[in-house]
Design a protein around this ligand. Structure first.
Ligand code: UDP
Length: 341
């Protein structure tokens, strides 16, 4: 009997598990690794450091239960070995960030499809439970707020590069669900809604690190469009708790869960909030989408998760409010010298 079953039957943490986190040097992955190590588990991360960074996991290196492998997941034999050595797998490696997606669509599509195919096949060969990280982006332009997991996905045309991200992650979801339905391999899908916190970089477009960096440097805060579009920002510690809770639970195998916060804020208000919390004198400027992302860009006006399903499954509710979330990002940026772009 393996440690997964012993832990479940005996309801004890004595039987530590070994987790593999793909993309474990990324923003969410590094926080997930830390949380698992903190509760006594063993963690291996694989990351090619393309968007993740060694700095994100530097603090974990001393821990004897931590191992990092800098390599591409497309090295199938290596990936197979790492999957075999683990009890459960979190698949977080992906091309993310609207800027990256718009500028490098080939890389986005190939990474998001290829890596998920490989890791699902490897996990299912050995019947290892695997959580696939997906995104609220899959809801696309749907206006059925709040977004429920069983709601329709409303994507734009293939001529608009942004939708390749949603579409590639939707295929990942289909594949994960198919592995459960057809082969009884235990899979789970988590749709993360705008996760933010320390270590997130603004390099790939994410709004909070961009606004905070701009405010701290005294540069104009760039609100795209008219700033009336809204998002629900989730602190990374809430996202990580939800992901671990889903993995630990016997419920929800073969299913999709929204992971996020339902506290909604418009981007123009977010800019004002960041300016106030940083005590910055930056101007708030409005930048047309065309200038930010090119001619064929489409944004979504609102994005709010229904948290009913995850609440019912594992009792999840977000704990960190928006101001605390923003303060944690501001403190992180202040700790970096110079404040990154
Ligand atoms: N955004 C903005 N200024 C920026 C970066 C982003 O106004 O410098 C807006 C963006 O247009 C979107 C929202 O902030 O409406 C969230 O963008 P992000 O890329 O963080 O995530 P998304 O929800 O679009 O995936």
């Amino acid at each position: 009997m393996g440690p997964v079953y012993l832990r479940r039957i005996l309801r004890t943490r004595e039987f530590a598990l070994h987790y593999l986190i793909t993309g474990g040097a990324g923003f969410i992955g590094s926080h997930l690794a830390e949380a698992l190590l903190d509760r006594g588990d063993t963690v291996t991360v694989i990351d090619d450091l393309s968007t993740g960074s060694a700095r994100n996991i530097a603090g974990l290196k001393e821990n004897p239960r931590f191992r990092s492998v800098v390599a591409s997941m497309t090295d199938a034999p290596l990936l197979g070995e790492l999957v075999d050595a683990a009890d459960q797998i979190f698949h977080l490696a992906a091309a993310v960030g609207v800027k990256l997606v718009v500028e490098s669509p080939v890389r986005t599509i190939e990474t998001n499809l290829g890596c998920t195919e490989l890791v699902l096949a490897a996990a299912c060969r050995k019947h290892k439970k695997i959580l696939i990280a997906s995104t609220s982006e899959v809801y696309g332009k749907s206006n059925r707020i709040p977004f429920r997991e069983d709601g329709d996905l409303v994507l734009g045309p293939t001529s608009r590069g942004r939708w390749s991200y949603a579409c590639s992650k939707a295929i990942d979801e289909f594949l994960a669900i198919a592995y459960w339905r057809e082969r009884r391999c235990p899979t789970l899908v988590a749709r993360f809604f705008n996760t933010v916190g320390p270590r997130q970089t603004g390099r790939y477009g994410m709004v909070v690190p961009r606004f905070v960096g701009q405010a701290l440097r005294g540069e104009p805060i760039t609100v795209y469009g008219d700033g009336q579009q809204s998002r629900c920002l989730t602190h990374v510690s809430d996202a990580v708790r939800a992901a671990i809770g889903l993995m630990d639970s016997d419920r929800g195998v073969g299913e999709v869960f929204n992971v996020g916060s339902d506290e909604e804020i418009r981007m123009v208000e977010l800019a004002e909030r960041v300016r106030r919390l940083t005590e910055s004198e930056s101007d708030i400027v409005f930048v047309p989408y065309r200038e930010a992302y090119g001619d064929d860009f489409e944004d979504m006006p609102r994005r709010v998760p229904s948290l009913e399903k995850i609440r019912a499954a594992i009792g999840y509710a977000p704990r960190v409010g928006l101001d605390e979330t923003l303060r944690s990002v501001i403190a992180y940026h202040r700790s970096l010298e110079p404040t990154p772009a």
